[in-house]
Design a binder for this molecule. Structure first.
Ligand SMILES: Cc1cc2nc3c(=O)[nH]c(=O)nc-3n(C[C@H](O)[C@H](O)[C@H](O)COP(=O)(O)OP(=O)(O)OC[C@H]3O[C@@H](n4cnc5c(N)ncnc54)[C@H](O)[C@@H]3O)c2cc1C
Length: 596
């Protein structure tokens, strides 16, 4: 079985030395979030995830969820429900939520670190509370006052959970195609009818009620995505006064049998005139949906990070224990029958790739948390607006890169085990299988790529990119003459210049041929991701030098930064070349010649 120990040293390094989180907490008026409080939260989260959730990971994979066709009820794997009870008793569901609704109001920066640990310990279990966050965000931002009063406290406290019901059999990415209908009832509610598929945590045995946030179309809906509305549709009916009534006409028809995350219930949900309440404006569902999706996209990005972290811990342990062959430069442990495999350059390539990408994306992810806190609490509206634009720009990069690298990392970590990685007993194959879903749900990588180059760049005159490059340049000018960092500063500046040039070229080409946008999108996304992480590795190098942490930790940070700049960042060269090749090589072959 794979182990999990939360990487608290690295999380603390990023909080204290890289992001200087305490200054931000003070600036945002979080006087109560002292270093002791931060330590207490991180240590308790590490204990809960390491001792309660992590041991249930393999149980979830072995047992999966069970669906009773007669009642529509779903039973979760052994121990999952009890773990959820402990999670609620510990106050974890409302860690970052508004105290007005029963939350603890702690910074998102801390909440993200706790989510990383949950995902690392047990991704399938973590999916049950995950979408409640999106539901809470949507209701906070778009719900009527009574809806906030009635739905938010139980969701925030974890007495109820939330779902996001978007997907239908014929409509996934293109939500404009959806067919679920909402007919007005006399009491101001709506009758929701239709079938949603792939609904995470659509049914389970954790809580008394489940609030489904359902996208549907009103009778007078304009065609396409502009005609979508959002409805809060609980499993048990909820009246305006908060009283919970009879069973609603929504039922789980079946659950899916999947490649991974077997402990997570992926449900077909049938709505048969179920009572739902309109959330936000009629036909304004797309806006509310983006509120839910942005929160969920950052959450899914953390799944890639969590899995990578656990995969690394186990691959490293194995590479130190497993004895095979001698080092090319002569025996390193002559008293043993062979050297541990960590002496071999190829094993080090895999380990360091996982380490550099994992620690790099942890900085990227925690920066997003930092920006969410600025966007929510900064006193200066200009700071709030800047943070909002920046986190919007970085969200598709975080979601897509963290999940794609999560797959790469779990595969590399599995490879370190040789054939033993393929055997279930070690738990590495579960991590690799679980990682596979993360690039698919909450918008595939291809869709994140289109979001980045389209909505977040072309449609906004590259506002987010410009803000990010301002931050990079501020750091680079401060360190350009630094004897130790100067060369990497020059490399990063080169890549940023190229990033800007590629952006201009793509947008220019797309003006003449829109396919150029789609043809460049995937490579542009990764180009962006590798440069973002290079910036964080440079900041980590500077922070490590100034840090009071042990020498060994600081030296490892500098060595990993070196590896990133020399062996990972050059991947941008291939992405740039692919972008420059343009749409021709992708579009010239007619669709009916693909089998020629
Ligand atoms: C385990 C699991 C859990 C899920 N949980 C939920 C949930 O809780 N709620 C929910 O509503 N949904 C959920 N989903 C659905 C998930 O979000 C969708 O599967 C996903 O958005 C893709 O939609 P699709 O499967 O219909 O693929 P399609 O939209 O049919 O896409 C097929 C392929 O075409 C590509 N593609 C499509 N359109 C474009 C385009 N315009 N440009 C470029 N490429 C394009 C896609 O990237 C993909 O590679 C879940 C799915 C799974 C498997």
């Amino acid at each position: 079985m794979s182990q999990y120990t939360a990487p608290l040293d690295d999380i603390r390094f990023i909080l204290d030395d890289v992001l200087d989180a305490q200054s931000q907490f003070a600036r945002l008026g979080h006087a109560e979030v002292t270093p002791d409080v931060v330590d207490a939260v991180l240590e308790e989260a590490a204990r809960f995830t390491g001792t309660v959730l992590a041991p249930l990971n393999a149980v979830g994979a072995a047992q999966g969820c069970r669906h009773d066709p007669a009642t529509g009820e779903v039973t979760t794997p052994e121990g999952f429900k009890a773990a959820y009870r402990q999670f609620v008793e510990g106050g974890w569901p409302g860690l970052t939520a508004d105290p007005k609704y029963g939350g603890q109001g702690l910074p998102h920066l801390l909440g993200l670190s706790v989510s990383e640990m949950i995902n690392a310990a047990n991704l399938a279990w973590g999916n049950f509370p995950l979408l409640s966050h999106g539901a809470v965000e949507a209701l906070v931002q778009h719900g009527e006052d009574w809806q906030k009063e009635v739905f938010l406290p139980p969701l925030v406290e974890g007495r109820w959970t939330g779902t996001m019901c978007l997907t239908e059999p014929h409509c996934g990415t293109d939500l404009g195609l959806l067919r679920t209908r909402a007919e007005p009832n006399a009491d101001g509610s709506y009758a929701i009818t239709g079938t949603k598929i792939f609904i995470t945590a659509g049914e389970h045995d954790f809580t008394g009620n489940i609030v489904h946030l359902v996208l549907a179309k009103l009778p007078d809906a304009p065609p396409g995505a502009k005609g979508i509305s959002l409805f809060a549709t609980p499993k048990f009916k909820v009246a305006r006064d908060g009283s919970v009534g009879e069973r609603n006409a929504v039922r789980c028809g079946s659950i899916e049998h999947k490649m991974g995350i077997k402990g997570s219930a992926t449900c077909v949900m049938n709505f048969d005139g179920a009572q739902g309440w309109l959330v936000g404006e009629a036909h304004g569902g797309l806006k509310a949906m983006f509120t839910m999706m942005n929160s969920a996209r950052l959450g899914v990005g953390l799944q890639g990070l969590g899995l990578s972290s656990r995969a690394y811990e186990n691959a490293l342990r194995y590479a130190r224990e497993r004895l095979q062959s001698r080092s090319l430069t002569g025996p390193k442990f002559p008293e043993k029958p062979a050297d541990p495999i960590i002496v071999h350059p190829d094993v080090r390539r895999m380990l360091l790739s996982v380490k550099a990408l994992t620690e790099g994306m942890r900085m990227m992810a925690m920066h997003a948390g930092y920006l969410l806190d600025d966007a929510a609490h900064a006193r200066d509206p200009a700071v709030r607006e800047r943070a909002e634009t920046l986190v919007g720009f970085l969200t598709p990069i975080s979601k897509a890169c963290q999940t794609e690298w999560g797959i790469e990392n779990t595969y590399n970590a599995l490879q370190c085990f040789g054939g033993h990685g393929y055997i279930a007993e070690h738990g590495m194959e579960q991590l690799a299988r679980d990682a596979r879903i993360t690039t698919l749900y909450e918008g595939t990588t291809g869709i994140q790529a289109m979001d980045l180059i389209g909505r977040k760049t072309a449609s906004s005159r590259a506002a987010g990119l410009k803000l990010f490059l301002e931050d990079v340049e501020a750091f680079c000018s401060a360190h350009a003459d630094d004897a130790e960092l100067g060369a990497d500063v020059a490399t990063l500046r080169d890549r940023c210049r190229e990033w800007t040039a590629l952006t201009t070229d793509i947008l220019g080409a797309a003006a003449g041929n829109p396919d150029e946008l789609g043809a460049a999108a995937w490579d542009y996304l990764f180009y962006s991701g590798y440069v973002v992480v290079a910036y964080w590795w440079l900041r980590a190098s500077a922070a490590a030098r100034a840090s009071s942490r042990p020498e060994a930790f600081k030296a490892a940070k500098r060595a990993t930064a070196r590896f990133y700049f020399d062996r990972i960042l050059p991947r941008t060269l291939a992405h740039a070349a692919a972008i420059r090749a343009g749409a021709g090589p992708l579009m010239d072959l007619p669709a009916d010649r693909f089998d020629a």
